[in-house]
Design a protein around this ligand. Structure first.
Ligand SMILES: [Zn+2]
Length: 240
């Protein structure tokens, strides 16, 4: 029997006793450890779901042409979601990405998750992924579809060039920034298929739409987008 995991477990228990975990949002001691670990349950319970027609009316309706057949964003982007996604990205927290996606799946629209399809995470440019060593969308996709027949295909879609981060750009700049940035690596495998594209956050939908266009050009039948969150309140929009 390997004794190391046992020692690690004991050490973790001991550390929790001496330094109890503190919620990264409210800074209170986490009384009962949940799957997310870094945020307490009362804070998690404050996260709101996106209203049912929001993505269709506020995002898809503004994409012209729109290549996405459906867009599912689970949580409203707020300080709590922002804290968790920041940890995922910058701490390369793959387990947290999976745990938060699994939590979102539980909280979200159950019927959406019954749809069958090839699950494709929005890719990073290969050089950037190598440098970062981490594509958060991949781990989010794994968490969403952990207990599902749908399989995750992280290499079917590629990014052909480096793009700027979209955060500081306005809508037109965002469009230009990602124009023709994606390529389907194996057209035969998406032809006639339903695709579920996964990303962490959707704002204008321009990036997902660009991926959807590449997939449709390669013969995909139907493309849906699925994200953890979307900003629904003006204070979280930058340069819309
Ligand atoms: Zn808290």
């Amino acid at each position: 029997m390997d004794i190391l995991p046992k020692i690690a477990q004991m050490l973790e228990g001991f550390l929790q006793l001496v330094f109890p975990p503190v919620c990264l949002v409210c800074r209170n001691i986490i009384q009962e450890i949940n799957d997310i670990k870094i945020v307490c349950t009362p804070c998690l319970n404050k996260i709101q779901l996106v209203p049912p027609n929001f993505t269709r009316e506020q995002i898809l309706a503004r994409l012209n042409p729109c290549y996405l057949d459906h867009l599912e964003a689970i949580f409203q982007f707020d300080d709590i979601v922002q804290t968790i996604i920041h940890q995922i990205k910058y701490q390369k927290a793959d387990r947290l990405a999976g745990a938060f996606a699994a939590y979102a799946r539980q909280a979200g629209n159950h019927s959406f998750f019954q749809q069958e399809g090839l699950v494709i995470p929005v890719p990073l440019f290969a050089a950037r992924e190598k440098e970062r060593g981490f594509n958060q969308s991949r781990f989010i996709a794994d968490g969403f579809y952990r207990e599902s027949k749908n399989r995750v295909y992280p290499r079917l879609l590629g990014r052909t060039r480096a793009t700027l981060t979209q955060t500081e750009l306005n809508r037109e700049e965002r469009k230009k920034n990602v124009a023709q940035a994606f390529t389907v690596n194996n057209g035969n495998s998406v032809s006639g298929k339903s695709i579920i594209l996964v990303d962490d956050v959707v704002t204008t939908g321009v990036t997902l739409n660009e991926c959807a266009q590449a997939l449709k050009n390669a013969g995909a039948l139907r493309v849906s987008g699925l994200t953890l969150a979307t900003p629904t309140r003006p204070e979280y929009f930058t340069n819309q």
